[in-house]
Write a protein that binds this ligand. Structure first.
Ligand SMILES: [Zn+2]
Length: 229
């Protein structure tokens, strides 16, 4: 798949039983403060590792950077096609701005992007399960493990927008961080414009519903400007 191709979007209610039981579309989960949040339903379907690498969400962030997991993720969810909530593009947009203000490349950790509800680190709801959080362990050549460095980049991230939350420096896993910068946008879900929300229930037809995201505006313009290519 090349950059210009569309990304397939699926309604997770239409996926097979095993995938639905792992992704839990539309289910409610509690966060560490016992507040309930509804899990995302619409996902990008990533057909192959090659596609994950080639699909750019922003100029400097590929889809693969939010899909790096190890054995902590459910085995089925490590296989292709992989599924990433559509809100990940919104996160990538914020990280692109964060990268610009940091003036250096931003590296998302393994298990530091999207984590499914079945991931071993998903003991309660966190925005990682929405695709709207990133754990960053390195910025340029700086490893983020001192209080001074983490607080500096936390400040930089939070200055971008009030939408951005970070974990303060500390040693309590899940609400503070001492070896990375956690950036999240909260429990954002995206309903892609290509999707019709006519049915909220599980599928009653054997035919799966899906859509392809429209090509980016810039790509459409490029196609008009050079029709022969
Ligand atoms: Zn995190």
């Amino acid at each position: 798949m090349s950059d210009g191709e569309s990304i397939k979007i699926v309604d997770a209610f239409d996926l097979d039983d095993e995938l639905r039981s792992l992704l839990k579309p539309g289910e409610m989960v509690r966060d560490a403060d016992n507040r309930r949040h509804r899990l995302p339903r619409y996902f990008y379907e990533v057909p192959s590792h090659q596609a994950a690498v080639s699909i750019r969400l922003t100029p400097h962030f590929g889809l693969n950077e939010f899909a790096l997991v190890d054995l902590k993720e459910a085995p089925r969810l490590q296989e292709f096609p992989r599924y990433i909530p559509c809100a990940v593009r919104v996160l990538a947009f914020y990280l692109e701005h964060f990268r610009a203000s940091a003036g250096a490349s931003v590296h998302v950790a393994v298990n530091g992007g999207y984590r499914s509800p079945a991931h071993k680190m998903s003991t309660h709801a966190t925005p990682h399960m929405w695709g709207t959080a990133a754990d960053i362990y390195r910025i340029g050549t700086t490893i983020l493990k001192t209080q001074e460095v983490i607080e500096k980049f936390n400040d930089l991230a939070e200055q971008l927008s009030d939408d951005v939350t970070t974990y303060p420096y500390g040693h309590l896993t899940g609400s503070t961080a001492d070896d990375h910068v956690h950036i999240d946008l909260g429990y954002v879900t995206v309903v892609p414009r290509e999707i019709s929300e006519d049915r909220m229930e599980v599928p009653q037809e054997s035919r799966p519903r899906f859509a392809f995201e429209e090509r980016r505006r810039r790509e459409r313009r490029a196609a008009v400007e050079s029709p022969e290519s």
